[in-house]
Design a protein around this ligand. Structure first.
Ligand code: FE
Ligand code: FE
Ligand code: ZN
Length: 284
């Protein structure tokens, strides 16, 4: 079975209930959500999110899995500013709990950024941070996202991710989230060699560690280290290759979510138009 959806918002009066409704409006059977604004740490209390109603609606509509994305603010790779590192650990622990209460045990996390330090210093810090969060929390898998490698972003290669997996004392709750745009931008040839990518990931980390997939086209060529998502079929990866990923038998059952940009809409110039319903239909 294919589980395909998109990231959805959580806002207004309906909060998490609204997120589920938005997912259903696109014909999704899974989705990705943030437990609050991804850019800050302000979080509404769980009892204001309308979680019981959201869970009821999911049950009625057959949505039995979804993923949560950790806020961008978290940077466990920061070896320069101890305060940022500490804040990141605290936020991640809170997010794991919130996601669990909402009904998801998959937390997607950007591994971190070395912010000017040597990559190895950043990796060591990520390992230290994950060790502590894993020790002090009970719930949830942490799915490290494969990154594009823009700036000093870490997790841009399977070798870097493997270093993290190998360094963490108890990695039983560590997973991987593959992002097709990021893979392409990091230099992995999704178009011509997706099986080769999976084989490499399997030999270095284990294919069973993949917990979820982000399906995005890319505005940039292979290896550009940029991270600009394109609409499905409108980028350098293309519809055919992305369909191949979505339908790949080794990824069956994993939640897959689009993070493609909204399309310009003269009727709604501020927000534009969400492309997910059409893109999900194209990929199915
Ligand atoms: Fe991400
Ligand atoms: Fe992503
Ligand atoms: Zn991205």
């Amino acid at each position: 079975m294919i589980y395909l959806g998109s990231h959805v918002a959580m806002s207004g009066k309906e909060m998490f209930l609204g997120s589920v409704k938005e997912a259903l409006s696109y014909g999704s059977n899974t989705f990705m959500v943030y437990t609050g604004a991804p850019q800050n740490s302000k979080r509404r209390p769980l009892d204001e999110l309308r979680i019981p109603e959201a869970k009821e609606l999911m049950k009625e509509s057959g949505i039995d899995r979804f993923i949560v994305h950790a806020p961008y603010l978290i940077n466990l790779g920061n070896s320069v500013n101890e305060e940022t590192f500490k804040l990141g650990k605290e936020m991640l622990a809170v997010e794991l709990d919130r996601a669990h209460e909402m009904g998801s045990d998959i937390m997607v996390l950007h591994p971190g950024s070395a912010v000017g330090a040597e990559p190895q210093a950043g990796i060591a810090k990520i390992i230290e941070g994950l060790d502590e969060v894993i020790k002090t929390t009970e719930n949830g898998l942490i799915a490290l996202e494969t990154m594009a490698g823009k700036g000093s972003e870490l997790g841009r290669s399977f070798d870097e991710l493997k270093d993290i997996f190998d360094g963490v004392k108890d990695n039983s709750r560590l997973r991987i989230c593959i992002d097709t745009c990021h893979l392409n931008d990091a230099g992995y040839d999704v178009v011509n060699n997706f099986d080769g990518i999976l084989n490499e990931l399997d030999s270095k980390i284990g294919i069973g560690r993949i917990a979820c997939v982000h399906i995005n086209d890319s505005l940039n060529p292979l290896g550009a280290h940029k991270d600009r998502h394109a609409n499905i079929g409108k980028g350098t990866i293309g519809l055919e290759a992305l369909r191949y990923v979505v339908h790949h038998e080794k990824l069956e059952g994993l939640p897959m979510c689009l993070e493609t940009p909204h399309i310009k809409d003269p009727l709604n110039p501020k927000e534009g138009y969400a492309p997910y319903k059409e893109e999900i239909a194209m990929l199915r």
